[in-house]
Write a protein that binds this ligand. Structure first.
Ligand code: AMP
Length: 540
């Protein structure tokens, strides 16, 4: 017997229709590349997304056509999210921090037929334009007044002109919810980046899950600042999930330094923000050097790489901001786990609660997880045994675009490439990326654990731990660290700081102080680059 409920497709356009109807006067605020603050409402955003939909169709963008973007978090990028997917096209959010050759590779692989980009990227696009084979339309996301007088970009069009020329009458089409909506390439530390293709169905279900109280806890009473870029795994669903719940949205544009982020949080009464630890490091530094406090910020979501316990402590103890530590990956749309406490844990002592929060969180409904040993045998959830982490669920990749890399699944499970433990309460703890774990004397040492200890030292700003080849032990860990401005600590003192905190055999062998650490295009420590930089290093 079949159920008798309406069979309606889950479509991204329904999110903005809903926000317009129910939260029409709620604001979307953007700090722009041009430097101004732009404000409008969900009602305005929807009207402009419909004009843009007409404009895209006038340009000849058809069902399934890919449209590339090189843009920061802002209202025009938001309009593209809805207009491109809404007409049945696929938005390919390109990461401008990648090398130009990688951007070219991705855009050509995606076969983008149009490229929308912001003023920041005019010089980049001037260089790339001749190489972007499929692109027929180059559109600069600005108004007439900011259009360059002369440019090497062929037939450069102005976004505001395109939108102004169109009518806002447009009916969002209905189609199969499994239709592709967005395309994001993985960071690709080895080989070429691979395309992760999200559908309308996966995006809407993922947004529903993202909004739930134990996930990101989003509501119409929130003012939300996605610091995580819209070109990094859909800004962790915020442009969709905020629209779903009718939260005020605040976009920072390219202004991600501590002062800009702080000022925006205060001005726009932000209650929740989300980003990678590197960005929060800059914000916390700005707060402590200027003796500032937050007046409205209540919660922050930290993920993308491990959030050091010292950062959780700083946010919660010094500034009264609750931390949600989250784990996920582009292939998972990206949310996998989020750390929020259960009722029975609320009564625990502070240190025990903080220890739970330092883990990467519990699986949300929609994400099944398991850990397996090298032979693929499932391991128990005891918080001790660690193994390769596999996942499955309706917003997890089943294959990469054009079948690149072959079938990624193992008996229907997606191997994450992460090594983790899961405890009896379902809390996941990432030991490492399997490529970064340090193999010493047949044991595995977590580089994340050793980094967390280093940054808990009051004189350390940032630290990376990598394995160095060793004739007897295979690999031994070393710490590469940056000192805080005006602070001193010796190698010996930092090594001593590890005593009693880790087993003897996993103590770092050495400390190297540097003034800068390499990061990837998504703001994570780049161990790959660091290992190359340290290739001539010799253990003492
Ligand atoms: P990306 O697809 O670029 O977002 O990278 C996903 C990878 O980032 C994951 O497979 C993890 O290795 C890492 N990652 C994300 N969040 C965390 C976290 N909270 N703690 C540790 N690693 C993380």
């Amino acid at each position: 017997m079949q159920g008798l409920m309406m069979d309606m497709p889950l479509l991204i356009s329904d999110l903005i229709k809903h926000a317009d109807r129910n939260h029409g006067d709620t604001e979307i605020v953007s700090k722009t590349v041009e430097g101004s603050i732009h404000r409008y409402t969900y009602h305005d955003a929807h009207a402009r997304a419909r004009r843009l939909a007409n404009a895209l169709q006038a340009l000849g963008v058809k069902n399934s056509d890919r449209v590339g973007t090189l843009a920061w978090n802002g209202y025009r990028h938001y309009e593209l999210y809805y207009a491109v997917s809404g007409i049945g096209g696929v938005i390919n959010t390109l990461n401008p921090r990648l090398f130009p050759e990688q951007i070219t590779y991705i855009s050509n692989h995606a076969e983008n037929t149009a490229l929308f980009f912001e003023l920041t990227f005019v010089p980049l696009v001037e260089k790339l334009a001749p190489l972007l084979k499929a692109v027929k339309h180059f559109v600069l996301m600005t108004d007439r007044a900011h259009m360059p007088a002369a440019t090497a970009i062929p037939n450069l069009q102005c976004y505001e002109d395109l939108v102004a020329q169109q009518d806002d009458r447009f009916e969002w089409p209905s189609f199969d919810e499994r239709t592709a909506a967005a395309l994001c390439y993985t960071s690709g530390t080895t080989g070429n980046p691979k395309g992760v293709l999200f559908s309308h169905r996966s995006t809407v279900i993922h947004a529903l899950a993202a909004a739930m109280p134990d996930t990101l806890n989003l509501s119409a009473r929130d003012s939300i600042l996605p610091v995580v870029p819209m070109f990094h795994a859909n800004a962790w669903s915020l442009p969709y999930a905020c629209t779903m719940v009718g939260a005020k949205m605040v976009f920072p544009g390219p202004h991600l330094d501590g002062k800009s982020v702080y000022d925006l949080i205060e001005q726009e009464k932000v209650t929740l923000s989300a980003g990678v630890p590197t960005v929060w490091l800059m914000l916390l530094q700005h707060l402590s050097s200027n003796k500032l406090k937050f007046s409205t910020l209540k919660r922050t979501v930290i993920g993308g790489s491990a959030c050091p316990p010292a950062m959780i402590r700083a946010f919660q103890d010094d500034y009264g901001v609750g931390v949600f530590h989250a784990w996920g990956m582009t292939e998972m749309s990206p949310l996998g786990t989020v750390g929020s406490l259960k009722a029975k844990q609320a009564a625990l002592g502070k240190e025990e609660r903080y220890a739970i929060q330092a883990k990467q969180g519990r699986g949300i409904f929609g994400v099944e997880m398991k850990i397996v040993d090298e032979e693929g045998k499932e391991l128990p959830w005891d918080g001790k045994r660690f193994g390769n982490l596999l996942v499955k669920g309706p917003w997890i990749t089943s294959a990469y675009l054009k079948g690149e890399g072959g079938d990624p699944l193992i008996n229907g499970w997606f191997p994450t490439g992460d090594v983790a433990t899961i405890d009896a309460d379902g809390y996941l703890q990432i030991t490492d990326r399997s490529k970064d774990v340090i193999k010493s004397g047949g044991e595995w040492i977590s580089s994340i654990d050793l980094e967390n200890i280093a940054v808990a030292h009051p004189a350390i700003q940032e630290a990376a731990v990598i394995g160095i080849a060793h004739p007897k032990w295979d690999e031994r860990p070393i710490v590469v660290a940056i000192k805080k401005a005006g602070q001193e600590v010796s190698k010996a003192a930092l090594l001593k700081f590890y005593e009693g905190k880790v087993a003897k055999w996993s103590m770092p062998e050495d400390v190297v102080f540097v003034t800068e650490l390499p990061h990837t295009a998504t703001g994570k420590l780049s161990k790959l680059t660091l290992r190359q930089q340290m290739k001539d290093y010799k253990l003492p």
